[in-house]
Structures are given as C-alpha cells and as structure tokens.
Design a protein around this ligand. Structure first.
Ligand code: ADP
Ligand code: MG
Length: 616
C-alpha cells in the first residue's frame, strides 16, 4: 500500500512533513508503521523502537537526541553512491588533453579557471559526507604524486557505478569490497610488470625522457600549447635542486603581462623588488661575485620615545636619548658594512637611514624580503640568516656569481644566479590574465611533481588509456579463471578501468565505442604487441602511445588505482549515516539537502536524488 493509504488508515500522528520526504509513489513498507505509531508527540525525545508487545511493557529507551537523523540500509548506500557519481560527473569533462576547464567563482568574487581535479574539488566545497571522501583522495593524490587527480576521482566514481546494480540486487557490500581489493592488487602488480625503467641512462637521455613525462602532464593544461618549452624548463629546475626534497626550493614567480614564451628559468633565486626608501636608487644594481649578508633584524630608527616613558629633569638630557638611539643604529649599520658584504637582505624593514647609509658605501640592500625567498637565498648562496649583527664571520655570508636587478614586464626583479650550492631554481612565469598565470602555476606544479616522481622511481607506463586497457584486459582474463560471484565483480572492476580511455575519447569528440572496440581488439592479440596501444588524441584512432612518448610515471597509476579502490570500498562499507542535530544547524539546509544525494542545488548535482530511508 502507498504511504498516503497507510496514513489514511492510521488516521493520525503521521506528520505531513514526513510525507514530504517520500516523493511520488514511494511504497511504504509495512514494517515502517510501528515507528510512526510509537512516536510520542508530547515527549521531548523520540523512541526509536518498533511497537511490539515487549516494547509496550518495557520502559522507553532513549538512545539519541531529539532531532537526530539516521538513514540506513541499502537505500542509504545507494544514495551515497549516487552522490559520489555526481561528483565524478563534475570533473569528468576535464580529463585529458582535450578536456575542458572549469571556471569557479566564490562569494567573494574570486574566479579560478582550472583543469586540475584537486583544485576543482577543493573549490567546490562539497558538503555531502560520503562525497567528501572523493575530495580527500583527490587532495592526497595531489600531495602524494601531484598528477592524476581527475583520474582518481573518475575511477572511484566508476567503481561505485559498477557496484551499484549489484548492491541494488542485494549483493552484500563485503563481497564486493573483497573482490575489488583483490582486483586492485592484481591491477597494481600488472602495472608494475608493464612499467618500463629509465634507469641507467645518460644524463642527456634521462633529461629527454623526463621531459616526455612532463609534457604528458602539461598536455592537458591551458599551457599545453607550449608543453615542450615548459617541460624542458621544469626538468632543468628539478635537476637543479638535486636530491633536495623540499618542493619550495623551486620558486615560481608570476608576472602578469607579456607572452608565455617570455617565461624564463633562473638557476638561483629571483624575487620581486621589495619596498624601498629614499636613497635606494643610488645603490648599485649589479655585482659580480658579491658577498651576501642575510639578516632577520630591523635596521630602522625605532623612535622609542613613543613606546617608553622616560622622565627627564633637564631638557638638555633629551638630546642624549635621541643620540643614543642613532648610535645604536649606526653601530649596527657599521657592522654590516665591515662584514664585507655587498648585498644586505633582511626579513624585516631597512629604513631610510639604513638605505642611504648603504647607498653611500656602494652596497645594495633590500628589506622586508619574504621568509620563503630569504630561505631560498640562504640555501642557494650558502649563507646563514643572522639574528644579530655582532661577530659576523665570513662563513655566514653567502655568495653567487652574478646579482642584478632586472626589469621583467612592469616589475623589477632581484636575481641571484650562478649560485654555488645550486639547490634552488626559480621559474618566472609570464602571461596574460591573472587566472591564466594562476592556472599555469598549478600546471607547472603538477609537472614538477611528476618529474620528481619519475626521477625517484624511474619507471614509466604508456598513457592515454593504454595502461588502463591492458590492465582491464588482464583482469577480465583473470576473472574467467575464478568460479563464483567474484568473477562478476572483478569483471565489473575491469570494465570500470575503461572509463579513462572512454572519457578521453568523449572529451575529444571521438566515437568512444568505436575506439574502445579497436583498443580491446588490439590488446587481445595473443602476441602481446598491442599492449601499448591507447587513444590517439590527434587522429581519433588508436596508436602506440609508448612510441608516441605519451608517458606517465608508473607511480601515478599505482597510486590512483589504490586510492580510488580504497575510497570506493570505504563508501561501500558505510550502511548508516547518523547526523546529530547540532551539526545540522551548523551546516544548515545545504547539508540536509545533500544527505539525500541531492547536493546544494548546483547544476552538477541536480537530478540524481537517491533516497535514504529516514526514521523519525
Ligand atoms: P589528471 O588530473 O588525472 O592528470 P588530466 O586532465 O591531466 O587528468 O589527464 C590525464 C590523462 O590524459 C592521462 O590518462 C593521460 O594519459 C592522458 N593524456 C595526456 N596526454 C595525452 C596525449 N597526448 N594523448 C593521449 N592521452 C593523453
Ligand atoms: Mg594531469
């Protein structure tokens, strides 16, 4: 019987609001009725127990606070899956070299244009509790390997999509989880087997191999048109920092204006000219082999008279206080000059007195240098940041081959090149709009991470769906050797892996079915000659992507498969969501809407309403 019929029969208690939770012709299960009947409208608490004879005789058990919302069972699971699929749908179109970008603007009016899965997921501000897991795996993929963030979200969404019909048919989630884990293990073993090593090559060869990996990453970005140019720049930057693990040793400076190709790499440090006082223009702006003093102290008149209370009996004593202050600063400046440094950089301000003092002695100075830049100068020039000007010995001074102040676009840059320690590199990015440069920076970050990963693990696989198709074929083949339900589950896992080549085709406007059939046929060849074939993004056919240098570090794929499987299994293992009333009021209606899989009204989430079974 339908819910309204039930309501008519019970004649009371059923709250009209409750009815509104169940759209249309939702059929009320008969066992739901006792819940409705046993609710005591006058009690501040609800009783979450069916009305049975025993229950009527026992005292009421109050378990959860009034207003607590629990949804459970199959319906809840399906609703979670729907939400995750909706999230995957958001980033779906951004995959690959022909993928589209997303423009996201927040309430403050900031706009971001991005193709990067992790950036988009972060900015979407997803409130659905289960879908948040996908945001987390995108973030972790970003910090772990740097690239493959869209891939990981898509894979997780697809695994869940494949799992959904089984769940609806009553398969226990644990069976699915077990099979998915086995499949992931087999898939990763296969990726490792297929990976080709770039170890033992000469530096030149290695450089060009790494540049190929960087180019593959960049090809799907806004700056894809100049991928070779940036790829070699990224490789040079990564090789410059050597084995240093600190990513911030590669600085990226953005200067709006000019052409992308005007971007350049400094083998050392570059930063924007800092705020300067009168006298700055008289300072020399170019030095060969200068000594560099790095400070973290203020070289400015403090005007202590404003901070301290001093009682004077004789007005003539006032001058002595002013003099004392001047003497202190002159003493400091003098010590800096005596150290023999030609360049003085400070984290804190260098006032007009200091600026003029240095200018008179042909010394260059810059105050208020950003912490990060100062650290990089220290690492590159071999200097140490001082917190006092007493006893400055030669060892704490840094040096570089050339220092100069150069005009870049509308900005003036302080550039330290030819640094002895060579642990830093700086990329100065040029380009039109702000959003463009921002996205270019994110893309370079991906590429830098990829090159570092490839350098460390030195194995690569063919991209463009080639590796995914091969692993998928292997899993299907393996599934046939298994008796039992697991065969079906592993098969659907294998099918889910095909989402990568399919989406690459869809995004490029190719006939996905056609291309996928060709790929399946090629990969099924017994000779194994087709295992490197993937989508040819230029012609709409298939091609040997290894030979075409569409390369990705194996670790990107391994991490993506691992993270996506874990996320899918996590979502599948949740069968009940309990929302306490406090968090409801904090997050407002938005979260409440999202619980039903309906999201926040964003176009991307609309129309996929899954229904969790609610109990009141
Ligand atoms: P992600 O955020 O997952 O890195 P991308 O938008 O960067 O997503 O797309 C990566 C996918 O595009 C990978 O599967 C990669 O193999 C594929 N790809 C990159 N360059 C090419 C190319 N030139 N031809 C075919 N596929 C490519
Ligand atoms: Mg990428």
């Amino acid at each position: 019987m339908s819910l309204s019929e039930c309501a008519a029969q019970t004649k009371r208690i059923v709250n009209p609001l409750f009815l509104s939770f169940f759209p249309g012709n939702f059929r009320c299960h008969i066992y739901s009725l006792p819940f409705l009947l046993c609710r005591n409208p006058t009690s501040p608490y609800s009783l979450y127990r069916p009305l049975t004879m025993t229950a009527m005789m026992q005292p009421q058990i109050i378990l959860l606070k009034e207003g607590t919302d629990t949804s459970q069972g199959k319906a809840q699971l399906v609703s979670n899956i729907n939400a995750c699929m909706a999230v995957a749908d958001v980033v779906r179109t951004t995959l690959g070299p022909r993928g589209m970008d997303k423009l996201i603007h927040d309430e403050k009016g900031n706009t971001t244009i991005s193709n990067d899965g992790a950036t988009i997921m972060k900015l979407l501000d997803i409130v659905h509790p289960a879908a948040k897991i996908l945001v987390d795996i995108a973030k972790s993929q970003d910090s772990e390997v740097g690239d493959g963030t869209t891939t990981v979200v898509l894979l997780a969404g697809e695994f869940l999509k494949e799992a959904k019909p089984f769940i609806e048919d009553g398969v226990h989630p644990q069976n699915l989880i077990r099979s998915f884990r086995t499949a992931a293990y087999l898939a990763i073993e296969m990726v490792k087997e297929l990976a080709q090593s770039i170890e033992g090559k000469s530096l030149e060869e290695k450089k060009s191999l790494l540049a190929k990996c960087a180019a593959t990453t960049l090809s799907s970005k806004l700056i894809g048109g100049e991928k070779e140019f940036f790829a070699s720049m990224v490789v040079d930057a990564v090789l410059a920092i050597g084995t240093d693990d600190r990513l911030n040793m590669i600085g990226i400076k953005k200067v709006p204006g000019g052409n992308m190709r005007d971007s350049f790499l400094v083998n050392g440090v570059a930063f924007k000219k800092t705020f300067s006082y009168a006298g700055f223009e008289q300072q020399p702006k170019k030095f060969v082999m200068p000594k560099i003093l790095l400070l973290n102290i203020e070289l400015e008149l403090k005007s202590e008279k404003e901070n301290a209370e001093i009682r004077l009996s004789d007005p003539s004593q006032y001058q002595s206080i002013v003099d004392a202050e001047w003497n202190i600063i002159y003493d400091k400046l003098d010590k800096c000059v005596k150290s023999g440094a030609k360049i003085v950089l400070s984290r804190l301000a260098i006032g007009d007195l200091g600026t003029q003092y240095f200018a008179d002695r042909d010394i260059f100075c810059a105050g208020r240098v950003a912490e990060e830049d100062l650290q990089r100068v220290a690492a590159a020039t071999g200097g140490t940041v001082q917190t006092s000007v007493n006893n400055i010995i030669d060892e704490v001074l840094g040096s570089c081959e050339l220092f100069e102040e150069r005009q870049v676009g509308n900005e003036r840059f302080n550039i330290f090149s030819g640094c002895p320690s060579g642990q830093t590199a700086t990329i100065v990015l040029r380009g039109g709009a702000d959003q463009f440069i921002e996205e270019a920076e994110r893309s370079l970050h991906d590429a830098i991470m990829i090159v570092r990963r490839a350098l460390k693990n030195s194995t690569v696989v063919a991209g463009g769906g080639a590796i995914d198709m091969e692993v998928s074929r292997y899993l299907r083949q393996h599934a046939r050797t298994i008796a039992g339900k697991s065969q079906l589950f592993i098969n659907s896992y294998a099918k889910a892996l095909e989402v990568i080549p399919r989406q690459l085709c869809d995004n490029a406007g190719f006939d996905a079915t056609d291309v996928l059939n060709k790929l399946r046929q090629k990969h099924a060849l017994h000779s194994g000659e087709g295992k490197l074939y993937g989508v040819d993004i230029n012609t709409g056919g298939i091609a040997d992507n290894y030979a075409n240098f569409v390369w990705e570090p194996a670790v990107v794929k391994i991490n993506a498969i691992n993270a996506a499987t874990e996320a899918a299994c996590l979502v599948l293992s949740v069968d009940e969501t309990v929302k306490n009333p406090k968090s409801e009021s904090a997050q407002g209606d938005a979260a409440a809407g999202a619980m039903g899989g309906r999201g926040r009204g964003g176009a991307a989430f609309r129309g996929r309403g899954g229904r969790g079974m609610r109990r009141r």
